[in-house]
Write a protein that binds this ligand. Structure first.
Ligand SMILES: [Ca+2]
Ligand SMILES: [Ca+2]
Length: 264
């Protein structure tokens, strides 16, 4: 079928497929179901893996007739988001029988982890923008089984930023160099707080708190307004909040500012 992997549907588990139905072929059934649940119809297993940089895929009938052939890539104009960041390459309108060799027929999955076995963006265990979907894209099956590593409070890269904060801020949970910062500054007499946010992060309470000492923090949400938001790439924005009151009026309240992230 292709250079990297080969799969014969005749020897698989699924010999027919209804119109517009989905099936997957996977490398490891157990690992797949651990990540995505058992909703997807699994036609069978393949060995090896597809190349992240591009490869040719062919679908051939038992009589050797080529039904589809596509050589995908990972460079422009192919969707860059699908290159190694946990997003999958998906046909945008599969029902319209698009030309698979035209890169514009393809897009990156709406959620990290893709949506194997169901239509794009329709869930599938890894298909929504939740912490669970994010961790599936970030961690291996063995790591997912260990809450201390992949759970929201885990910090496997030892950068003192919990997985949950890395999810909210759009940083990498297994790269200690990939960290987010909270920069408190002053702009025209007002307090500004600059931080990064992953645009896809959902299901979170992500708020600013402040305190006059390091003991008692209180919610500062209503004291700040969104000042600016700038796309810094990779689906991450640099967001600046600005205090509604002047620095002078706030007094000591903003001596300490922190970001609190909780799962809803
Ligand atoms: Ca960390
Ligand atoms: Ca990190």
């Amino acid at each position: 079928m292709i250079e990297g992997i080969r799969f014969d549907f005749n020897s698989g588990n699924l010999l027919s497929l209804a119109p517009q139905a989905y099936a997957v072929i996977v490398a490891d059934v157990e690992a797949f179901q651990m990540r995505y649940g058992s909703t997807a119809a699994i036609a069978g297993k393949f060995g090896k893996s597809l190349n992240n940089d591009g490869e040719t895929i062919e679908v051939i009938t038992p009589l050797g007739v080529n039904i589809k052939k596509v050589t995908y890539g990972d460079r422009d104009p192919w969707p860059a988001e699908a290159d190694g960041d946990g997003f999958s390459l998906e046909l945008v309108n599969p029902g319209e029988n698009p030309d698979p060799n035209d890169p514009s027929s393809w897009g990156a999955s709406t959620a990290a982890g893709g949506s194997p076995g169901v239509a794009s963006g329709q869930g599938g265990g890894g298909g929504d923008n939740t912490y669970d979907a994010w961790k599936i894209a970030q961690f291996s099956a063995a790591e997912l089984a260990n809450e201390a590593i992949s759970g929201p409070n885990g910090d496997p890269d030892g950068d003192s930023q919990s997985n949950l904060l890395e999810y909210a801020a759009g940083t990498l949970p297994k790269d200690g160099q990939s960290v987010s910062s909270l920069v408190v500054s002053e702009d025209a007499g007002h307090v500004t707080v600059t931080l990064t946010k992953a645009g896809s992060a959902a299901g979170l309470t992500d708020v600013l708190e402040w305190a006059t000492d390091l003991q008692v923090f209180s919610d500062a949400t209503s004291s700040f307004s969104l000042h600016s938001q700038e796309d810094v790439g990779g689906g991450v924005s640099r967001v600046i909040y600005r205090s509604n009151d002047s620095r002078e009026m706030i007094g000591d309240n903003a001596r300490f500012v922190r970001r609190r992230v909780d799962l809803n």
